[in-house]
Design a protein around this ligand. Structure first.
Ligand code: FNR
Length: 185
């Protein structure tokens, strides 16, 4: 079954976006295996450090993406945009330019926020950023989960409607994975 790497756009211990990904990993375990990669140890991007021996956490991030069949991002929106920790990690992962671990990698974007728009304003910037890396972002209805604080209990997503959205999105990501590397730009 496809092996996916899931990246939460928040490094908060009780992150709702982490909870969504944790739930997704359990909920979809019959169809995909999901490893969650937390961004706590990724340093600020610095081209001086982006050598043949980059910081260990960066090496791990790139290897996790490289060894996966696809990527899932679940992120909050910070001030109508991409949280810095996520943008920073994508910047590290994007190098070498146009030939990184992200090239041709199927990617599903999800957002969740406490607000009424579910972090929808971060969807386009994340998509745009991933398109610069030649990622194959899955084109499908957006999953933007509003009022996320009301839908988490015990560190798990409990909302049946959102879970059904996730089910469908995972099917679409699996379809993209099955297209294979031939679909890469
Ligand atoms: C936010 N939050 C937020 N929410 C939103 O809908 N639109 C926004 O522009 C912002 N901006 C923003 C900026 C900063 C600096 C913080 C800390 C928070 C609220 C955010 O959606 C909420 O805190 C989420 O719960 C964060 O996700 P995690 O950490 O629970 O995964």
């Amino acid at each position: 079954q496809p092996k996916l790497v899931a990246i939460p756009g928040s490094i908060r211990t009780y992150s709702a976006n982490l909870a969504v990904l944790r739930t997704l990993a359990d909920h979809c375990s019959a169809r995909v295996s999901v490893d969650i990669f937390g961004l706590h140890h990724i340093p600020p991007y610095n081209a001086d450090l982006d050598t043949d021996t980059p910081p260990g956490a960066v090496e791990s991030l790139r290897a996790a993406i490289e060894q996966s069949d696809g990527l899932i991002i679940c992120s909050p929106e910070y001030n109508y945009g991409i949280p810095g920790v996520l943008k920073n990690a994508l910047d590290w992962a994007s190098r070498p330019a146009y030939n990184s671990s992200l090239k041709g990698k199927p990617a599903l974007i999800m957002t969740a926020s406490t607000g009424q728009f579910g972090g929808a304003r971060a969807q386009s910037p994340i998509r745009e950023c991933l398109s610069a890396t030649l990622c194959r972002v899955v084109i499908r209805p957006q999953i933007a989960i509003p009022r996320i604080d009301k839908k988490i209990a015990g560190g798990r997503l409990t909302d049946p409607f959102t879970l059904s959205q996730i089910d469908e999105a995972i099917e679409d990501l699996i379809k993209e994975v099955k297209l294979g590397k031939g679909a890469a730009p």
